[in-house]
Write a new protein. Structure first.
Length: 105
């Protein structure tokens, strides 16, 4: 059993960014269904097109596109920043608490 006493900052931050990107894609897909629902409601007349429309595109389409593109990018940036902060904090605190015992090499 080994002790993990130090984490390299940028590789860990890139790993966190990738994880958050995947979560952002999943959340974007789920959120884009909200845009689909708005488009369906406008199509069937439940909502007024003047209340929810934007020039050229319906509001639901804008939401869906924004969710599929914007959320993964925002999540990845947040993941990278979170990874940097986590790695720095781990490296600082591992000095005082001895690190984490692991079974992998």
């Amino acid at each position: 059993m080994k002790k993990l006493k130090r984490i390299r900052i940028f590789p860990f931050a890139k790993f966190q960014a990738l994880l958050f990107l995947l979560i952002g894609i999943l959340c974007g897909i789920i959120y884009s269904f909200g845009g689909l629902v708005i488009d369906i409601l406008v199509t069937y007349g439940v909502l007024s097109a003047e209340d929810v429309s934007s020039p050229g595109l319906s509001f639901g389409t804008v939401l869906a596109f924004g969710a599929l593109v914007g959320m993964p990018l925002l999540f990845a940036a947040a993941g990278f920043l979170t990874g940097v902060i986590e790695a720095i904090l781990f490296n600082l605190l591992a000095r005082y608490f001895g690190g984490i015992k692991t079974d992998f090499e």
